[in-house]
Write a protein that binds this ligand. Structure first.
Ligand code: NAP
Length: 314
């Protein structure tokens, strides 16, 4: 099968061109092009599309669409859109993405564990004041979400000496990581968490999960790292917990509104570290090969890769 595959994305032209170039180079059969360059006839026959944060209305231009290859790991905006529920949504599962996220969780856990925010603040005041050294084994890090990203992150943190726990929907087994699941598991894990790392998908069940009630179940002085999606944490409740010093620090890479508004209180809060959604960016070189292989397999024998579960939302 040699047909034109549409690329639909709300990304810069430069980014779009790079994806198209690398995927076309790696694919044996695919000829990917921006949807705007397809003829009416080509749109009428397109069975698959490559998408990167697509405008959902553009998907409705493809009446024969069976599946989309997302170049993003999170697919909640596609599921939330009013599109044919039979369209399979294949999210990006790239081992490099998990590696990058594991590295980020380690980097920012060490940032908190070795008191870097406090030393930065002290430096601003020319203050020489050593803080006591905590051993990593005495720091409990809990990873919320033990999927492709969370499970490798948990292992990486454990390998660096931290005491690591993890929480998921269904029961998981990870070497040297104590795991919990479901609502009962959440109640158990929270009081034993010094650093909470959120790596859950955004679904109706996880939206606003980290609210005042849940944050208050963390011990006083705990910190939070949100690398998943902004809407999983209730911003006002987090601010309250930071302001009343129940929580020590929040490292936030994701926000309800991105880019974060320039006048948002997070920017200037002394106990918040703001990152511009950079914890695990997609690497074009590796992700394009995965997308190209998936497209080729479909073109060869009609196999659609395992898709995200619309009912679960991830
Ligand atoms: P995944 O493989 O789908 O794993 C999701 C994990 O969350 C699973 O362990 C799942 O439990 C758990 N989970 C889902 N709903 C739950 C619930 N209601 N209660 C308890 N646990 C629940 O996802 P992933 O690839 O690891 O990615 C996670 C998220 O990271 C993505 O959805 C995306 O939003 C975010 N992300 C952020 C960046 C960034 O740069 N900041 C980059 C990539 C991805 P089960 O194992 O039982 O199913």
């Amino acid at each position: 099968m040699h047909s034109i595959t549409p690329f639909i994305g709300q990304v810069s032209t430069q980014e779009q061109d790079e994806w198209i170039k690398v995927i076309n180079t790696h694919s044996k059969n695919c000829k990917l092009a921006p949807i705007g360059q397809l003829s009416e006839n080509e749109k009428q026959h397109a069975e698959m599309a490559v998408v990167a944060n697509p405008d959902p209305t553009q998907l409705t231009l493809l009446p024969k669409l069976k599946w989309v290859q997302s170049l993003w790991a999170g697919v909640e905006t596609i599921f939330a859109a009013d599109i044919d529920p039979n369209i399979q949504v294949v999210r990006l599962t790239d081992p490099q993405l998990a590696e990058s996220m594991a590295e980020a969780t380690l980097a920012w856990s060490l940032y908190l564990h070795r008191n870097m925010p406090q030393y930065r603040a002290q430096q601003n005041q020319s203050m020489w004041a050593p803080l006591p050294l905590e051993l990593p084994q005495n720091t409990n890090i809990s990873v919320f979400g033990l999927g492709k990203l969370g499970s490798l992150a948990a292992t990486r943190l454990q390998q660096n000496g931290f005491t690591v726990k993890g929480w998921s929907k269904s029961k998981k087994t990870i070497d040297h990581v104590e795991t919990f699941h479901g609502n009962a598991g959440l109640t158990e894990i929270l009081p034993h968490t010094n650093i909470a790392i959120i790596l859950l998908p955004h679904t109706p069940h996880t939206e606003n999960l980290f609210d005042e009630e849940l944050l208050n179940q963390l011990p006083k002085g705990a910190s939070i790292i949100n690398f998943a999606r902004g809407s999983i944490v209730v911003e006002q409740d987090l601010l309250k917990a930071l302001d009343n010093e129940h929580l020590e620090h929040a490292v936030l890479d994701v926000f309800i509104q991105e880019p974060l508004a320039t006048d948002h209180v997070f920017w200037s809060h002394k106990n918040v570290t703001v990152l511009p959604h950079i914890s695990a960016p997609t690497t074009v070189a590796t992700a394009a090969v995965i997308a190209a292989d998936n497209i080729d397999l479909y073109m060869e024998n009609g196999t659609i890769p395992q898709a995200a579960d619309r009912a679960l939302g991830y």
